[in-house]
Design a binder for this molecule. Structure first.
Ligand SMILES: CC(=O)N[C@H]1[C@@H](OP(=O)(O)OP(=O)(O)OC[C@H]2O[C@@H](n3ccc(=O)[nH]c3=O)[C@H](O)[C@@H]2O)O[C@H](CO)[C@@H](O)[C@@H]1O[C@H](C)C(=O)N[C@@H](C)C(=O)N[C@H](CCC(=O)O)C(=O)O
Ligand SMILES: Nc1ncnc2c1ncn2[C@@H]1O[C@H](COP(=O)(O)OP(=O)(O)OP(=O)(O)O)[C@@H](O)[C@H]1O
Ligand SMILES: N[C@H](CCC[C@H](N)C(=O)O)C(=O)O
Ligand SMILES: [Mg+2]
Length: 485
């Protein structure tokens, strides 16, 4: 491909060198740059890509896209100066892969909690309806039947456009993707053509990255601000920021709610371990998913499917048979009637939702034992709050390690302990080793008790100092509890 074709839609501030040159691949990591590649110098959170420009020129880079031009001594290289390299990267990655997002219906789902659940159920539903479909999610990416490992909730623009290209080539009509707030801020979704956007909710998370709740909210809102007129924007108006998201969107606005009038509405009739019974758009339907928060997720899925012009009754019939995403309220019952639940709750709101769901559907006398940790190199302010919520809603809490990453796991636990009130102290234990923590919960549990293992859901690893060791909460629960088959 010629550089000039790649630059279509990019606002260039300054250009040094020729644009009628063949380029090989796109790269934002200097360590991977080869001959005739384009290197994008991105200002990141840990490093500034500009410091690697000289190195990539030595490695044979043909084009450098950057925000500040370096001293130029090799005039065979083309330099493209832009306002924001990440924006240019998004647009150029789209061009490189033939802008695949315009050749299928791309639906983005954003919000603090529920993205994976909503995107995954939509993916399963549209497949059941007979369409070839793609999924970009925290757990896994799918090109119809083909699984591609996910490294991020929203991939980088090159990986993202490459996956969309593969979906279009495989004949996919739809793609459902999670749009994380990091992805919006870092312009990973720049240049994509969306057919719709869905908002689930916004609560406390990622303040390490966004610094303030307002900045976090603005990042999510920017996704809706960027939607085209032809797209729909579906929002949860029971969330107090639900309408704020749509304030400046050009897309046509649609709403869903459990507590007020909306375009798509539902009422919870029953909420049991066996599933939800809802009145949804005046139809009486049973679902396999558990918890009132999942009533919101199901409503978001239903609304999206209807906005995609699918038959309402067919949608509800198929939806009632579908399960959710792996590691979300995933439960087993042991031979001695102990219930073990694995859930990906890793925000204060999610912990509260999952524990209040358990509180609502338990019979009364059983104990709720929660095993919980917080991730390292992530929002520290949520640590004491998550511990506090866990204590308020459980009979016993075991504080443990999650993915410590580069932090000392004992320090993370101490920061969680700060949220435990003196009266709650007596029901709390701290056990650094997560396997031991889960085992202890299983030993403490008696018939009828409920164990919640929160925070890691589907994850099959524990990340310590850059190394991911095999770790699976569900596997340990299964070992310890010996479920009824
Ligand atoms: C904080 C964050 O989001 N970081 C992401 C970001 O990195 P960055 O731009 O800050 O990178 P950096 O290390 O500062 O380096 C700056 C630039 O220099 C380049 N570089 C760096 C070193 C070198 O030797 N040569 C070189 O060229 C880097 O490739 C980069 O382009 O861009 C990288 C490439 O896309 C991502 O891999 C990286 O994800 C890190 C690993 C990460 O953990 N991100 C998490 C927090 C994240 O993105 N999470 C959200 C969702 C969370 C949720 O849903 O709750 C997600 O979408 O997954
Ligand atoms: N609609 C919802 N409202 C509040 N909490 C929810 C909702 N849906 C799911 N949860 C809780 O949040 C956890 C994460 O859900 P899910 O993986 O669907 O969210 P996510 O937005 O994809 O998260 P991430 O930001 O990590 O990608 C679940 O395990 C559950 O505890
Ligand atoms: N997508 C979230 C996942 C958090 C999961 C939790 N297990 C942790 O490691 O903090 C993040 O990157 O913040
Ligand atoms: Mg997710």
């Amino acid at each position: 491909m010629q550089l000039q074709d790649l630059l279509y839609g990019v606002t260039i501030k300054e250009l040094v060198g020729k644009t009628d040159r063949e380029i090989n691949a796109l790269n934002f990591d200097s360590r991977k740059v080869g001959k005739d590649d384009v290197f994008f110098a991105v200002v990141g959170t840990l490093a500034d890509g500009h410091q690697f420009i000289d190195q990539t020129v030595k490695q044979g880079a043909g084009v450098i896209v950057c925000e500040n031009l370096p001293e130029i001594d090799d005039f065979t290289v083309t330099y493209v100066k832009v306002e924001n390299t990440s924006v240019a990267l998004g647009i150029m990655a789209g061009n490189y892969f033939g802008n695949p997002s315009a050749d299928l219906k791309l639906i983005g789902i954003t919000g603090t909690n529920g993205k994976t659940t909503i995107a995954t159920i939509l993916f399963k539903l549209l497949k059941e309806l007979g369409y070839k479909t793609g999924l970009l999610s925290t757990v896994e990416n799918y090109i119809n039947e083909t699984v591609v490992t996910a490294t991020h909730t929203t991939p980088n623009p090159i990986a993202l456009n490459e996956l969309l290209r593969q979906m279009v080539d495989a004949g996919c009509d739809y793609c459902f993707m999670e749009v994380s707030s990091h992805a919006v801020s870092q312009h990973r979704i720049e240049g994509l053509t969306f057919a719709g956007g869905v908002f689930s909710n916004i609560t406390h998370d990622h303040l390490d990255f966004h610094k303030t709740f307002d900045a976090y909210l603005k990042a999510k809102k920017a996704f809706f601000d960027g939607l085209p007129k032809s797209a729909f924007a579906l929002t949860n108006i029971d969330d107090k920021n639900g309408m704020v998201m749509l304030q400046n969107t050009k897309a046509y606005k649609k709403t869903y709610a459990l507590k007020q009038l909306a375009d798509f509405k539902a009422k919870i009739i029953e909420n049991q371990f066996s599933g939800l019974h809802l009145d949804i758009d005046n139809e009486d339907v049973y679902f396999k998913l558990v918890g009132s928060f999942n009533a919101y997720n199901l409503l978001a899925v239903y609304g999206t499917a209807v906005l995609l012009e699918q038959d309402k009754l067919k949608v509800l019939t198929l939806l009632s048979r579908l399960s959710g995403a792996e590691g979300r309220f995933d439960y087993i019952t042991s031979e001695d009637k102990i219930i073990g639940i694995v859930d990906y709750a890793h925000t204060p709101d999610a912990v509260q939702n999952v524990l209040s769901t358990i509180a609502n559907i338990r019979k009364g006398t059983e104990q709720v034992i929660t095993v919980i940790g917080c991730g390292g190199d992530r929002d520290k302010t949520k640590r004491p709050i998550m511990a506090q919520v866990a204590c308020d809603w459980s009979d016993k809490v075991i504080l443990t390690s999650d993915n410590p990453r580069t932090e000392d796991p004992q320090t993370i636990i101490s920061e969680m302990e700060e949220g435990v009130s003196p009266t709650n102290k007596r029901k709390t234990l701290s056990i650094l080793d997560r396997r031991e923590a889960i085992k202890t919960a299983c030993h403490l549990a008696k018939a009828g008790d409920i164990i919640l293992v929160a925070g890691k859901g589907h994850e099959k690893y524990q990340e310590i100092n850059g190394v991911r060791n095999h770790f699976d909460d569900k596997e340990i629960l299964l070992e310890q509890l010996k479920p009824i088959s």
